[in-house]
Design a protein around this ligand. Structure first.
Ligand SMILES: [Ca+2]
Ligand SMILES: [Ca+2]
Ligand SMILES: [Ca+2]
Length: 433
């Protein structure tokens, strides 16, 4: 080895030694996370090694590159450190979102990074079916009822995983499937009777839920039946306050909102409307009134009833009392009579005629009453009671007397006998002479 070679060798030895010194004095700073992926609500434990007792800064950057956490502390005597950072239980929250985060540590002019991923926890909860229509075991009155299933999931529905069958036929392709509901309307009439629907749906994790139910199709062509008309047809109310109403029924179901009640051709707002009856309280003028009620079933079949009634608060008027009140009759054969009238109509069956407090059987017409009697001399009392068809009552009471003229027949006979005797006596006297 020449002197020159020895010099080069020495320089190499020095360079290698210097390199070895440089390696052994490299930064000891490290940073790690205890897991590579986290779920919401978990805690990130950041660990590492720094120079003993050195100041350390930890920063965490979200997937958008924004720093969302910063922490300062001093490494332990051995240089190691460990720091917990809580992840919100609900993501997204604030600056927290799903994605890859960077943890950065600074100490003594050194910078080191670690990364972790924040992702949703595995979904093990099946979707929930909240409602179906037609409702299970219900009856529909249309041949093409819209079938709807509503549902939700704690994470997300897989809209391509839904399946809908009607009576075993898969109709999914004709249904509208969204993240919250699936809807299908038959393109052809369903037959009358029971139909079975099956539906299933999955969430994006593959958790499935299904429901099977049935409903019945009944096509209704029978109109409702109206009964119990109030006031009854062609009756008369004695009050201007009148309760109006009717009952109704249907072979399937009444459409309550279809009920239309009209009084004197004007629609009124009923006091109550139910699936079985309607009622209305009216204040009406005297006279005749008309009511019309229309009610439909849930298939639109309609029934209408119209009826009339009257309001009458005025009592009949009694007139033309015979014998006139206070008069004296000179015969025992007496005809008692009176006339009457009403603003609406007399109830002829209500007429009661009493003579001297005894009810008699007179001839009764719509306009008057007549009764022929043989009465003793003296004062007689007549009482007439008559009602109209609303029950309003009128009564008249009057009196008259019967007094026969004196009987002169006996005087006439005695006078005739006296005259005969006088004549006979006169004749006998003339013969003696
Ligand atoms: Ca789920
Ligand atoms: Ca019906
Ligand atoms: Ca009257």
């Amino acid at each position: 080895m020449s002197c020159k070679q020895a010099t080069v060798l020495m320089m190499l030895i020095l360079l290698v030694g210097a390199a070895s010194i440089a390696v052994t004095s490299a930064s000891p700073l490290t940073v790690n996370t205890n897991k590579s992926t986290y779920n919401p609500g978990e805690t990130i434990t950041v660990t590492g090694i720094a120079t003993a007792s050195a100041d350390v800064t930890i920063q965490i950057y979200n997937p958008s590159g924004s720093m969302i956490v910063i922490d300062y502390f001093t490494a332990g005597a051995g240089g190691s450190y460990s720091k917990p950072f809580a992840i919100p239980s609900t993501i997204p929250t604030g600056s927290w979102s799903y994605g890859t985060y960077t943890v950065r540590a600074f100490s003594g002019g050194e910078t080191v990074n670690a990364t972790f991923t924040l992702q949703a926890a595995a979904d093990t909860t099946a979707p929930v079916i909240s409602s179906v229509t037609p409702v299970a075991d219900s009856t529909v009155t249309t041949a093409r009822p819209t079938i709807t299933v509503s549902y939700s999931d704690n994470v997300a529905i897989n809209t391509t995983g839904a399946k809908l069958t009607v009576d075993g036929a898969d109709v999914t392709a004709s249904a509208t499937v969204t993240a919250t509901a699936t809807q299908y309307t038959p393109a052809a009439d369903l037959s009358q009777g029971s139909h079975t629907v099956y539906f299933e749906v999955k969430d994006t994790a593959g958790n499935a839920v299904n429901r099977t139910w049935a409903f019945t199709v009944t096509i209704d062509t029978t109109a409702p039946i109206i009964s119990g008309l109030t006031p009854a047809n062609e009756t008369v109310s004695p009050s201007t306050s009148v309760s109006i109403g009717a009952s109704y029924s249907d072979n399937v179901a009444i459409n309550v909102s279809s009920v239309v009640l009209m009084v004197d051709s004007a629609a009124v707002i009923p006091t109550t409307v139910t699936a079985t009856a309607v009622s209305y309280s009216a204040t009406l003028a005297e006279g005749t009134h008309t009511v019309s009620l229309t009610v439909k079933d849930t298939s639109g079949n309609a029934a209408t009833s119209s009826w009339t009634f009257a309001v009458d608060t005025t009592a009949p008027a009694i007139s033309s009392l015979v014998p006139a009140n206070g008069t004296t009759m000179d015969s025992k054969s007496v005809t008692v009579s009176a006339s009457y009238s009403d603003n609406m109509a007399i109830d002829t069956a209500s007429v009661v005629l009493k003579v001297d407090a005894a009810t008699v059987a007179p001839t009764v017409t719509a306009t008057g009453v007549s009764y022929s009697a043989t009465l003793e001399e003296g004062t007689h009392t007549v009482q007439l009671t008559v009602k109209d068809t609303a029950g309003n009552t009128a009564t008249s009471t009057w009196t008259f007397s019967v007094k026969l003229p004196p009987d002169y027949t006996l005087y006439y006979i005695l006078a005739a006998v006296v005259i005969v005797i006088i004549i006979v006596a006169a004749v006998l006297l003339m013969r003696r002479k």
